[in-house]
Design a protein around this ligand. Structure first.
Ligand SMILES: [Zn+2]
Length: 296
């Protein structure tokens, strides 16, 4: 991959942290990725200072998410740059119009939601404002063509379940995707009280960048090759829910965004959609132009 010109590099905000990892079975901090902690501290400090700079060292991103490299190399390389975004240049978060598909959604059963579990990030809620949301599913190369096609179809089927609530488009080019899904084992995770690394079934991460000064985000989803059949469907459905903006977990087993895998994975629940709708009613800096002070 050819490195872009410096001007291009500067125009890209490579971002911030993984304030919540969409991984199942555990939510412990991965000890193997201390850089994440550093990154969070830096971000937190910058935010705490308020008038300070939100400093993002893009190398941290790559170091912190090694498993994403296969995805990142297909995108413009703007790494190894110290990029400073004046935090004041982030426009104050504003809501976008609610997508018609969510306007139409009415839960006659009044099941409630778990919006209180959705994390607020440094740029507000992680919602999309341009539709359709473009999705790329990478065809696995390490298995037979037939198996690869089955895998892609299974994932796409789970992804399409969300299409009822937000317009999605499956794209063939990873470069234009908003959300990329790859069959790859997430990095091993060490638990705080043990040196034995734990395997994870899936991981979802996001990064921020600017596009014509509009603050934008993109998501990468890793689905472990150990996931097959119903579990693969459930993992894809669950992680995709994170990528659509449900950046948190449900405490109820009957929701697709329940924090742990279950034997009989549920479909997308009314509570999942109620939560999604509430997210899309929230303010965000995403999808809005950066302020005048961001000149580069
Ligand atoms: Zn999750």
């Amino acid at each position: 991959m050819v490195s872009p010109a410096p001007a291009r590099v500067k125009s890209v905000v490579r971002a911030a942290s993984l304030p919540l990892r969409g991984d199942w079975r555990t939510r412990r901090m991965p000890k193997t990725q201390i850089n994440i902690v550093l990154q969070r501290l830096i971000t937190a400090l910058a935010l705490a200072i308020g008038t300070g700079l939100l400093v993002i060292f893009t190398n941290f991103q790559n170091n912190a998410t090694l498993a994403e490299n296969s995805v990142l190399t297909q995108r413009p390389k703007d790494v190894s740059e110290f990029i400073k975004i004046p935090s004041l240049s982030l426009t104050s978060p504003k809501p976008h119009p609610l997508p018609p598909t969510l306007v139409q959604w009415k839960d006659s059963t009044n099941r409630g939601d778990y919006f209180s579990q959705v994390k607020l990030t440094e740029v507000g809620y992680l919602l999309w404002s341009q539709f359709p949301i473009r999705v790329y599913v990478e065809t696995p190369k390490e298995i037979s063509g037939e198996q690869a096609q089955t895998w892609v179809n299974t994932v796409l089927q789970a992804v399409q379940e969300w299409n009822v609530y937000l317009p999605l488009e499956v794209v063939k080019q990873p470069e234009v995707a908003n959300i990329t899904i790859v069959r790859k084992a997430p990095p091993l995770q060490k638990s705080p009280n043990s040196n034995i690394p734990r395997a994870r079934s899936a991981q979802t991460t996001y990064e921020l960048y600017t596009n014509n000064k509009v603050l934008s985000h993109r998501f990468s989803i890793l689905l472990s090759p150990t996931q097959t059949g119903n579990y693969l469907t459930a993992a894809a459905r669950h992680e995709f829910g994170h990528a659509l903006g449900i950046w948190g977990h449900s405490p109820l087993e009957s929701d697709a965004l329940y924090f742990s895998q279950v034997r009989n994975p549920p479909p997308i629940s009314a509570r999942d959609v109620n939560t999604l709708k509430r997210v899309y009613e929230q303010p965000t800096s995403l999808g809005w132009s950066l302020g005048e002070k961001y000149q580069n």
